[in-house]
Design a binder for this molecule. Structure first.
Ligand SMILES: *Cc1c(COP(=O)(O)O)cnc(C)c1O
Length: 393
């Protein structure tokens, strides 16, 4: 095991992992490989970590939670981990986004959202639902967000206090230039919120360098765990200022954090124990793979091979070359009358692959995720399976 990043105090999870790996039970075969951006394909050892009845309240579990929080904090801020902290929150990723928006904006606050897809729009919808004043800069679906538009919005609406942006907009796979946005926001003294749900763990992010106050991700994306909780990385001082602001009891980010801080990793309400165990194993495997840079390289290779093979069939990627993330790729439907996405989807599923429909209104697209426990060779096999579907002959 790679101990370089596991300091002595983190060996607890390591021991558990070793046990899980040594005693790997026979698991049922997966019916298919998930090429979807979460839930995604996980390793047998991540799944095996869940095959026990884990308790929730004792020291073993609480120290594991603390270890996970520390490891995530170090991943998010190598330069200055002490200035940052981590909260785990039950539910899917959206619950964590909602906990941030509903807790971080004080009464009288106003949120600017830079949106270029469904997940940016979802942040705005959360704010509206919570009756938080929100200004949306809408960039359509296939262009990156820009700091110029943010400047213009701030000039128009000087009462804006917080700015939210999505890092990898999973709708298209576009990787937004968040540094431009957060630095502009900081020049205006604003609090910055980044939805890095689908990129954290697969794309290197340093919160201090990028001036990010709150960053949100979840268990079932690039860390390659299973669904069940999200996590929020926060600049400690910014989170400390949020006491008493929450608009929800169960999604009170501050209270969840202060309980974890004061009671050594305790969750306020029933926690997804098995999912947390699996996540610990997934974090260990991320380190064993070589960390975020190695994982990023594998995802990028998956994407490169997939795109090259599909382009030979006349299936073009939606985004211009400079914008895609290595996370997920959207493709235009091929220009042939024979093509039916439904047909392709069902045939590929039978052949052992699950792909993803498109999510934009401007064009007919489908998407293929590059993330999860998927090796470049498996992408080659997927490309061969697509080629053999006879839509192109
Ligand atoms: C997956 C994802 C979310 C959260 O979606 P859930 O279905 O709630 O897990 C939020 N933002 C982005 C960019 C995502 O990719």
């Amino acid at each position: 095991m790679n101990r370089a990043i596991h300091e002595g105090q983190e060996s607890f999870g390591g021991q558990q992992a070793k046990q899980a790996q040594e005693a790997l039970p026979t698991l049922p075969n997966n019916p298919y490989l998930l090429l979807t951006p979460g839930p995604l394909s996980t390793t047998p050892s991540v799944k095996a970590a869940m095959l026990r009845d884990w308790c929730t309240w004792d020291d073993d579990y609480n120290s594991l939670v603390q270890s996970i929080r520390r490891r995530l904090t170090r991943m998010a801020s190598r330069r200055d981990p002490e200035a940052y902290t981590c909260v785990l929150m039950q539910g899917s990723g959206t619950f964590s986004v909602e906990s941030v928006i509903g807790t971080v904006l004080p009464e009288g606050g106003k949120l600017a959202v830079l949106a270029n897809g469904a997940y940016g729009q979802r942040i705005a919808a959360i704010a509206r639902t919570l009756r938080i004043p929100v200004a949306v800069a809408d960039f359509g679906e296939i262009a990156p967000v820009s700091a110029e538009r943010l400047e213009a919005l701030l000039a128009e609406q000087p009462d804006i206090t917080h700015v939210a942006v999505v890092h990898c907009e999973t709708t298209t796979g576009i990787l937004n230039p968040i540094a431009d946005i957060t630095r502009t926001a900081k020049r205006h003294g604003l609090i910055t919120i980044v939805d890095a749900m689908s990129s954290f763990g697969g794309v290197d992010i340093d919160m201090a360098e990028l001036d990010i106050d709150f960053l949100i991700s979840s268990s079932n994306k690039c860390i390659q765990g299973v669904p069940g909780f999200g996590f929020i990385l926060a600049r400690r001082a910014a989170l400390e200022a949020c006491a008493g602001q929450a608009r929800s009891l169960s999604l009170d980010l501050y209270d969840q954090w202060s309980t974890m801080e004061k009671h050594n990793g305790k969750w306020r309400f029933t926690s997804p124990t098995h999912v947390v165990r699996a996540f610990d194993q997934a974090l260990i495997e991320l380190e064993q793979e070589g960390g975020v840079s190695a994982r990023n390289a594998r995802y990028a290779e998956n994407q490169r091979r997939l795109t090259a093979r599909l382009e030979r069939l006349g299936i073009r990627p939606l985004l211009a070359r400079e914008w895609p993330s290595p996370i997920i790729t959207a493709f235009y439907y091929p220009e042939t009358d024979k093509f039916s996405f439904q047909e392709l989807y069902h045939r590929l599923k039978q052949a052992g692959y699950v792909i993803y429909p498109g999510k934009i209104s401007a064009a007919d697209t489908f998407r293929i995720g590059n993330i999860g426990d998927v090796a470049p060779d498996q992408i080659d096999e997927l490309a061969s399976a697509i080629e053999s579907q006879q839509f192109w002959t």
